[in-house]
Design a protein around this ligand. Structure first.
Ligand SMILES: Nc1ncnc2c1ncn2[C@@H]1O[C@H](COP(=O)(O)OP(=O)(O)OP(=O)(O)O)[C@@H](O)[C@H]1O
Ligand SMILES: [Mg+2]
Length: 526
């Protein structure tokens, strides 16, 4: 044993001697050059090449680093033995990550690569305006040299895309609002956001199943239509107009759309926007995969060439009639001449102008209780591609509400009651909101709930028959007013753009789902 220690000590002595000799022969500059040379020779003969992706790129966060971390989290969760766990802000999901200085193999298009998560303490604290993390983190990607040209670009694109998907899935969606007016937050953002938790889905939405399927298909075609939109040279966006009486589920439909596609919602409050350029800035700050909503568009802005532009329905009227330029959408090129108002042309630009394409995969949804008050230019295909009439509660919709609120399937109810409900529900012209109220009131006593609902429907139906149909108008004055307005509007439109009058969007209740040109073109192309 003693001999062993003696020989080890002499070996160490020899090593120390050679090291000091090297230091004498090679001064530090020479040593660095020698190491570089050695590295080069090693690289020439190595079959691999290495790519470093550092967390901080200069002073900015490297997006690719975050993307790789997320991407690897999907494979690490299955195969890693030591993992780090994180939960991001606004996220309800936990993501797995590679531990410090751990490696993981991944394969793409049949090529195997190695990822190493390199973490080292940061040595010299360089001057920076913002505090830097204490550790220097990065990923090193090792690829065979022969595979580099084949997969590198594709692989990195794939990682970015996959990371975006994971981020969207993990992150709770957000509901944005511009209620702060035009003021910006500390990051220069005009939108405020809260987590979006609305429980409405297409399953809970009480509308006719056929219409529901049609809308869902349209949404999915849109979300999967990137190549179609690229091929046809169209901006990847789609507009939906939801119209119908209050309480028929327009807002619930928007929430269901967002939940179905996993999109964020931007709830645009037009009364808080002061002019067209502010509107454009808001648009520029929206992200892709989002729904931009303007609720009750007829109330928040005066959008047709009506006399009452300064009239007092209680809402702000921004639109100055003399400044309107054509109703067919050519308005997008017009000057409003007034910097302190939103004009129709500003709104048309917002939905359909060049600026509307500054992001992709965006849906515009407008809601209104009075479709006839809207300018046809706003409703044309390409702006509002699909017009969805949200009607009073029909029999199939009623069955959905009974299932939602009372847990009743169709077969759970007596045939006689079903027949009575079916007979009376259309005549009653009650909204799903009204019916929900009756059901909520008695949700603990389901039989009583059905009885009371039937009673309420019968009373309403009888009243409607007596009144000759409930058109949701409160008194005859209101009806006359609206008719007058309508006539004036039509006259003006006819004078301004005679061709447009022919295809005027005068939707009645049969006009449940009007598809725009996009879908027809999609079908042709398919
Ligand atoms: N079609 C529907 N399916 C399920 N629930 C509905 C439906 N319509 C209305 N409701 C219920 O009624 C309430 C009001 O609905 P919602 O706010 O969606 O109506 P709306 O059409 O947007 O009304 P408004 O025109 O006044 O904005 C919702 O909380 C929802 O629970
Ligand atoms: Mg609403």
């Amino acid at each position: 044993m003693k001999e062993y220690w003696t020989s080890l000590a002499s070996l160490l002595g020899v090593l120390a001697f050679f090291q000091s000799l090297l230091q004498v022969i090679f001064p530090p500059e020479l040593r660095f050059a020698f190491l570089k040379l050695f590295n080069r020779i090693f690289n020439v003969f190595s079959t691999y090449c290495y790519f470093d992706i550092t967390e901080i790129d200069g002073v900015n966060t490297n997006e690719l680093y975050n993307a790789v971390q997320l991407y690897l989290s999907s494979s690490a969760s299955i195969s890693g033995s030591r993992l780090s766990l994180t939960r991001a802000l606004n996220s309800s999901a936990i993501t797995f990550g590679l531990s410090n200085n751990d490696c993981i193999y991944d394969s793409f298009n049949g090529v195997t690569v190695l990822w190493e998560h390199v973490v080292a303490p940061r040595q010299t604290q360089t001057f920076s305006w913002r505090p830097m993390p204490e550790e220097k983190r990065g990923f090193t990607l090792r690829i065979r040299k022969k595979d580099k040209s084949v997969i590198l670009d594709l692989y990195l694109d794939f990682i970015m895309e996959k990371a975006n998907d994971i981020r969207r899935k993990n992150q709770d969606r957000l509901l944005y609002t511009n209620s702060r007016g035009g003021s910006l937050d500390s990051r220069g953002h005009p939108w405020e956001s809260v987590p979006f938790k609305h429980p409405s889905t297409f399953e809970t939405l009480a509308i006719d199943p056929g219409k529901k399927m049609e809308i869902m298909e349209d949404l999915i075609n849109f979300a999967n239509g990137q190549s179609f939109y690229q091929k046809t040279g169209r901006a990847w966006k789609r507009g939906y107009l939801l119209y119908g009486p209050p309480g028929t589920g327009k807002s619930s439909m928007i929430a269901a759309m967002a939940n179905y596609l996993g999109y964020d919602i931007y709830d645009l409050e037009l009364t808080e926007v002061h002019n067209n350029s502010e509107l454009r800035k808001l648009l520029m700050k929206t992200s892709s995969k989002s729904i931009i909503v303007i609720e009750d568009i007829d109330c928040s802005i005066s959008l047709s060439n009506r006399k009452k532009s300064n009239g007092g329905s209680g809402s702000r009227n921004y639109y100055v009639p003399e400044m309107r330029c054509g109703g067919s959408g050519s308005g997008s090129n017009c000057e409003d001449g007034n910097n302190n108002s939103i004009t129709l042309s500003g709104l048309l630009n917002f939905t359909d102008g060049l600026w509307s394409c500054c992001g992709s995969e965006r849906i515009f949804v407008f809601t209104t209780n009075h479709i006839k008050k809207l300018d046809p230019a706003l409703l044309r295909s390409g702006r509002m591609d699909m017009h969805i009439f949200m009607n009073f509660c029909s029999y199939p919709a009623l069955l959905i509400l009974l299932r939602n609120y009372l847990g009743y399937e169709e077969c759970d109810l007596e045939e006689e009651i079903l027949k009575e409900l079916e007979l009376v529900v259309d005549k009653a012209e009650m909204t799903p909101a009204d019916i929900s109220e009756v059901l909520i009131k008695n949700k603990r006593n389901t039989e009583k709930a059905v009885r009371e609902l039937l009673e309420a429907l019968k009373i309403k139906a009888e009243r409607n028959v007596k009144n000759g149909g409930n058109r949701q108008k409160k008194n005859s004055d209101e009806i006359e007013d609206e008719e007058e307005e309508e006539e004036e509007e039509q006259e003006k439109r006819a004078l301004e753009s005679p061709e447009e009058e022919e295809g005027s969007d005068d939707f009645d209740e049969e006009d449940t789902c009007k598809k725009g040109g996009i879908q027809e073109e999609e079908e042709k192309i398919k």
